[in-house]
Structures are given as C-alpha cells and as structure tokens.
Design a protein around this ligand. Structure first.
Ligand code: GAL
Length: 815
C-alpha cells in the first residue's frame, strides 16, 4: 500500500533525517544572485589623467594587472618620499585603474552592483563616464549600483577608478596605495536581500537550544507584483539542516522591507577559539513561489560577557584574551590582500597561543574576519585612529566630520555577523580624550554602533588613566574601558574606575631585531628615553637586541606587562603591540630604518625569541623549550644564555658536555639564564619534570657557510593564481647548522607554473626591493614567496649564492 506524501509527512521525514537531502534540492534550484570576482584584467596608470573618465579613452598602453594591487610596494625606498619613513618611505601619489567589460548575461529586472572591499584612499569611481561617488576612507568597504548606467546592448562598459593618495602624510604607518582589496560584481533579481542585508543574533543560548533571530532587509523593484515569501533554514558545518522548517514570512507592498525570523537549533555546537564551529543561515526569497534570491550568512553560537572583577568569559568559561594588534600590511606583499598570506600569519600566531586580534586601527579586509571565524580568533574590530583632531596633516580628521557616521555604520553593518568579533573599538588613542569634546563625540559614536548592534560591547583604546583627565571615559558611554600601555597603573584601575570592566587594548611596544643580541641581557633599555632625545647607545645598523630587554619608554618589555596581566583576573586580557613587524613606524630609529621593530614575529614571518616566551606561557598542548642565542661568539666573551620553557620543573645547561647548572623559574619569572664564558662547541639544554627529561635542545657553533636549504611552508598548492608558498631560505654550514650572521646575496629563479611575488629577510633597515628576484640573507635567513598560476603542474624554485651549494624545491599545484 502506498501513502501519499503529504506536506506533513514530508516535514516529519525531514525531521527524522535531519533533512540533509533538502540541501541538494535547494542547490538544484538556481538563484538569480551571482557574486563574481572582478579582479582580473584591469588597466593601471601611475599618474593623473582625467581624460580616463571618458569611456572612449584609449588605455591600451597602460599596464594590465590583476587586483588586489598596491602600487606603493612596487616602488623604491626614499627618505624623501612624502609618506616619510613613518609611512614606510615608499611612493604614494595618484593613479587610475580602468576595466572594460561586457556582462555575461542580461535579463529584465536584474541588478548589477560593484563591491569594493577597500581602496586606499580618496577613490572616485565612474561607470561609462558617470560618477558613482567618492569614498575618502581607505579601509572601508562600499558598493555602487551599476544598473542604471550599464549598456543594454552589446557595447562594452567601462569602469574608471581614480585613487588619490597624494595628500601626505596621512598615516602613522604604511598604508599602501590603490585597489588593494578584492572587487566583486554582484547581480541579483528584482527582489533581493539588500547589501549586508542580514543580521543573525542568538538572543537565548544554552546547551539544550539556541534561539536564532535572523533580521533581514529586502529590496524589491516597483515593478514586482505578487506575494514575496521569505524563508530561512539553518545548516550546520556539514551542510545538514538543523532547524525545523520555519513558516515562510509573506510580505506585501513596499520597496524596502524589514522582517525578522525566529528559529531554534537544538543542542547547538558552540563557537569557541578552540573549536570554531560555524553555522549558515540560508535565506530564500520567492516571488509567487519562484526563487528570486538565495542569500547565505555564516554565523556562530557563543555567549560572552565581561565581569568587572573576574574578566572575560566565553561560553560561560573564563578566558584570558591573549591578543596581538596588527596593521594590515603583509610584509613583502605590501597591503595587497592575499588570503593565504593572512592565513599564514594567523597560523603562526595560533601556534604562539594567541587567541585574539585587534585590527589596528581600522576595519580589516573581510577575508581576515572570515579566517578568524574559521580558525578561532576573537577580534576587536576598530574604526578610527583619529576623530576631529589630527595625528598627521592630511589624515582622516579632514573627512571625519562628513564621513564618520557612514563609515562607522558601514563597518558594523558589514562585520556584525562574524562570531569572531567580540568588541567594537571606536578609536585608538583619540586626542579628544584630553578635552571636553570627548564628552559629546564618544556617546554619539557609541550610539551609532548600538543602533546596529547591541550584542557587543564598545570600547576605545585610551591612554589617559586618570579619570578626571579622560573625557572619553568620563562620557560614561563605553561598555568596557580599554587602556594602552602604562601597565604599572593597571593594579589601581579598579580603585580609579570603580565598577568598570577593563581590557588592555595595547601593550609593550618592545623592540627587537630577529637574531641580534646585545649584552648584558638583563639591562633593560628604553629607547627613546623621551621624546626628541637623541638615541644613546643604539647600534649603527639600527639592529636591536632580541633578548627581551629593549622597549619604548611608553611601553614595557614583554615580561613586564605579561606579569601584570597574568596576575589580575579583572584584566580581561591584552593585545601586544604587535604580532608582526609592519611597514612604516620604525620609531625610534632613523632612516634607513623603514619598518617597525615591535613585532613578536619579524616582517618576513620569522619568530623572534619573545615568540617562545608567549608560547611557553600561552600554550599547553606540547611542551616548550626554547634556548638562545646562537653559539658563534668571540672566544672568552661572556654570553647570556636564556631559556623559555613549560611543562617542566627545571632546565639544565651544558657547554661541551659540562654542566653549567640547573635553573628553575621563580614565581613571576618567565625565563632562566646562565652567564657563560664562551667556548666554541655545543650548548645543550635539558628540561626535566620530576627528574625525567621532557625536552632537549642543542645549538652548535656553526662553521663556514657551505650551502643553502629551502623549506617551503606548503608544497601542495592550489592552481588559482593566488595561492602562495612561503619558502624559508637558510644559510647552513657543512653540518647543517644555521650560520647566524650569514648575509649572502641569494638569487632566485622560478620555473613552471608559478612566479616569485616577494622576497624579504626581516631586517628593518633594508633598502632592497621586496619585488626583486634576489635578497640578502639577514642573520642566516631570508624568504621567497612563490605564487601559483592558474595552470596545474609543478613549480621549481632555485636559490643560488656565491660560494654556497645551491638548492631547489619543487612544489605541486592542482586545480
Ligand atoms: C601607540 C599607538 C600605535 C603605535 C604604538 C607604537 O601609542 O597606538 O599605533 O604608534 O604606539 O609604540
């Protein structure tokens, strides 16, 4: 006997089988929405030519390139470049981009939008000679509607983009110049989910169930008649439907429509930094039953709160926020967005134990937030480095009066579905904290955020920690007080600001050059000692000791701040300034220093020693034992040997087999040290727990440089023209020991389906081009970045240097 499949029995079947089959059914029905990468085949001209607005303009002799593109990183370093060493000492100026295109298909009622993830800065965009608008802010994402201006016939359409980064200086760090983030072409039908048109929240969550609320903004053309129905289903990470079929909302009338749908997920899997589980809300819009849009929103289910005494809690558990601030540049790649380059940075940070990122001091590329959602990082998303009062002459203070509300709200609208984001920051070290204008601007900005999102606290990174002197905190508008530096005062914050919640928004500004060591290691230097005071005792080549013994006077060594943060539960966490060295702000060192010294990791992505301090304190999965420095010194010289370790009671050090003693960290200590009269040979450290060996590390005196070794971070790549392999180049002696001061000029050659897109060595005062086919090693290391083409095959990177055995590595790429 056969039963008719009624709607009810179908729904029941769905429930029993988790409705996984409905996903493929849904996929089978095509939606008019398309989102296409629009990065290829742009013409580029470095210079100004307003004739380029005209669609008939001939750009054939312009350079053809693929976005994202940063023209500054391609230029020559010069102290005289208007961006100044603070801005990286690279060229800026004005440039144009043009793209000629025909649309793949056309259809009545279709809408065509162009989405720019970010253009640095002052962009104006024209389509077929018509200006679509200007956008001064270099870090904001924006959309233009191309529909009314596109040719209805077969004629090609022409986009022209003018980028004006000539007004300098406009940044305290390297900004890059150009269309340095992705560009997308989005087409929709006549009724569709608006730009950034969903907001998924979880108003009620416990282990039994999560209530999920999906707020939706729809647009529909006046021409659209008939009933619109909107339905949202929720999928787990495997794509299985996890909510019961919701009742479709039926919408009548109106061109701009807002609605909310309430859904439930039973026994949700929580998003956390250790297990970042994502769900997808799939919203379908139907017109008289026919699909007119399908829109997907990724979200996560988590709860968090700040407690004035106990700090931060994620999913009910206390969690110290172990964060880093980062600027947006990707070292040798400049500001040009590359997802793999960002992912690599996050992998390196994850292995250090870092669980949070502060996007200093601007909204990041959307891909960074996607990665943080997926990899398990909390994010403090920050809007501004200044409000009305400037930090540099031509900076955003000029645009703030007209643009701040739009920019701030666009940041929140774009980013508010990311589970990684746990706080909004409305500004870094804003000058208005020092005068009464802070009292009025702060609540205005906070309200702009709250109008769009009340699920996350708002903070601002403050420096002034005396309540009477800080007008931003006095405004009472911040949910959590963020303080930069001045760690000595942290223990007093609860008395100074009773009942408030705290986070250290920026810390340390410790200075170091990878692989360089000045002794004695236990003498702490503050460089500069004060503003406008010449540096005394700094090295002529502007290298800085990588024992954790140098910091800016407004900051601290790594250990000094961590000691305080670790001790007080009310301090919900910290953000090291910075995770990675970044281009620009070489403060306090003069030209040719052109990139910062603050990173725990250098510009090339090689960890400095302090990385292992954090690894020993912030991770616990695997034991850590890191011993430094290298073992090539002058005979008789006294050398300080440090070790960071965990999961052990003590470390014993040996020189050429002879014990130099066993050391153990005391309370509040983070390393052990031996002062050793140098003899060539081998130092060996053994960490022990209950007398049993945990780890052993050996460092040998390196002999003469003999060969190159290439180590690729990944040797299986995607043939998509974007994927990267970061190849570490090591200069070794005949026995395979790293030669600590080797500075050979390494020449690269790439064959096969790849190209060399960047070289670096992490040295902050190098004037070598990041785009050359060669690089000097610095303290034994350099880096080659190889990018795939769109063809599958192999890539061979060869490296040669005079007097050394050369090396090669072969990578495989697949579609
Ligand atoms: C902070 C500032 C950062 C960076 C840092 C350098 O005061 O917020 O952007 O300039 O100093 O130490």
């Amino acid at each position: 006997m056969r039963f008719p499949l009624t709607l009810f029995s179908f729904a029941l079947l769905c429930l029993l089988s988790s409705c996984s089959s409905s996903d493929s059914e849904r996929e089978a029905e095509p939606s008019p929405r398309r989102r296409m990468s629009f990065n290829d085949d742009w013409q580029f001209f470095l210079g100004d030519d307003s004739a380029a607005i005209d669609p008939a303009f001939d750009d054939a002799d312009w350079r053809t390139l693929r976005l994202p593109h940063d023209w500054s990183i391609e230029g020559e370093f010069s102290e005289d470049n208007p961006a100044k060493p603070e801005g990286g000492g690279l060229p800026t100026g004005v440039a144009w981009y043009r793209k000629t295109f025909t649309l793949p298909d056309s259809g009545a009622g279709r809408h065509v939008f162009i989405d720019f993830d970010g253009i640095y800065r002052n962009s104006e965009v024209w389509i077929n000679g018509h200006s679509l608008g200007v956008r001064p802010n270099g870090y904001i994402s924006f959309r233009y509607d191309l529909t009314p201006y596109l040719h209805a016939d077969d004629r090609a359409n022409v986009l022209a983009v003018r980028v004006d980064n000539a007004g300098q200086p406009n940044s305290r760090w390297y900004s890059g110049s150009g269309i340095y983030r992705n560009v997308w072409l989005v087409t929709t039908g006549p009724a569709y989910v608006d730009h950034w048109g969903t907001f998924v929240t979880t108003p009620q969550v416990d282990s039994a169930a999560a209530q999920v609320e999906v707020a939706i903004r729809l647009q529909r053309d006046d021409s659209v008649t008939g009933d619109l129905t909107v339905q949202t289903v929720l999928l787990d990470a495997e794509g299985n439907q996890v909510n019961e079929e919701s009742l479709p909302s039926t919408v009548v009338g109106g061109s701009s429509i807002r609605l909310k749908q309430q859904l439930t997920i039973a026994h949700p899997t929580w998003w956390s930094v250790d297990r970042p589980t994502l769900y997808t809300a799939v919203t379908e819009v139907r017109l008289d039953g026919k699909l007119t849009d399908r829109y997907e929103t990724l979200f996560g289910i988590r709860t968090f709160r700040f407690d004035a005494e106990k700090g931060f809690f994620l999913n009910g558990q206390p969690l110290k926020i172990l964060g880093v601030c980062n600027h947006h540049d990707l070292g040798a790649l400049g500001a040009a967005v590359n997802t793999r380059a960002m992912e690599r940075q996050l992998e390196i940070l994850k292995a250090m134990g870092c669980n949070a990122i502060r996007t200093a001091h601007n909204p990041p590329a959307p891909e960074l937030l996607d990665l943080c959602d997926r990899m398990g990082f909390l994010v403090m998303d920050e809007s501004f480095d200044m409000w009305r009062k400037k930090k540099t002459n031509q900076d955003y203070h000029l645009d703030f009066p007209e643009w701040h509300a739009r920019d701030l709200q666009d940041m929140v609208l774009r980013d508010r579905n990311h589970p990684s984001i746990f706080m909004w920051s409305i500004g870094n070290e804003i000058r208005e904290q020092f005068d009464s204008t802070g009292l009025t601007i702060t609540p205005e900005l906070v309200q702009l955020v709250k109008d769009l999102d009340t699920t996350r606290p708002v903070t601002s990174a403050l420096t002034e920690n005396i309540p009477e002197k800080n007008f931003i905190s006095q405004s009472g508008a911040l949910d959590v007080l963020g303080f930069n530096y001045k760690h000595e005062a942290y223990p007093e914050l609860p008395q100074r600001f009773p009942g408030q919640k705290f986070i250290a928004t920026e810390n340390n500004s410790a200075l170091a050059t990878r692989g360089h060591y000045d002794m004695p290691s236990d003498s702490i230097r503050r460089w500069p000692e004060a503003y406008n005071v010449p540096l005394k005792g700094a090295n002529d080549d502007w290298t800085v000791s990588a024992y954790d013994n140098v910091s800016a006077y407004w900051g601290s060594t790594h250990e000094e701040t961590w000691r305080v943060i670790k001790k007080y539960p009310f301090l919900s966490g910290m953000f090291i300034w910075t995770g990675f060295d970044y281009l620009g702000e070489p403060i306090p060192y003069p030209w040719p220093a052109r990139s910062s010294y603050f990173g725990v990791i250098d510009l090339a992505g090689f960890p400095k020693d302090a990385y292992y301090l954090y690894q020993s304190e912030w991770t616990n999965d695997e034991p850590v034992l890191h011993v430094f420095p290298h073992w090539n010194w002058k005979p008789g010289q006294t050398v300080d040997v440090w070790a960071y370790y965990n999961q052990a009671d003590e470390v014993e050090l040996f020189l050429n087999g002879e014990s130099l003693g066993t050391r153990a960290k005391g309370d509040d200590e983070f390393h052990v040290m031996w002062r050793v009269p140098y003899q060539p040979g081998t130092i060996k450290a053994i960490s022990r727990k209950n007398g049993e060996t945990v780890l052993t590390r050996e460092i040998h005196t390196a002999g003469a440089p003999a060969k190159i070794e290439l180590v690729a971070d990944r040797d299986r790549l995607t043939a998509d023209g974007r994927d990267l392999s970061f190849v570490t180049v090591k200069i070794l002696d005949a026995d395979g020991n790293l030669v600590p001061h080797a500075d050979h000029l390494v020449q690269f050659q790439v064959e096969g389906e790849g190209e060399l897109v960047g070289v670096d060595n992490g040295y902050q005062a190098s004037m070598e081009s990041f785009k050359a086919d060669h690089r000097k090693a610095f303290n034994g290391l350099c880096l080659a970045i190889v990018q795939t083409t769109e063809n599958a095959g192999t890539i061979t990177l060869q490296a040669q240097a005079e007097g050394l055995e050369s090396a090669s590595v072969t990578l495989t790429t697949k579609n």
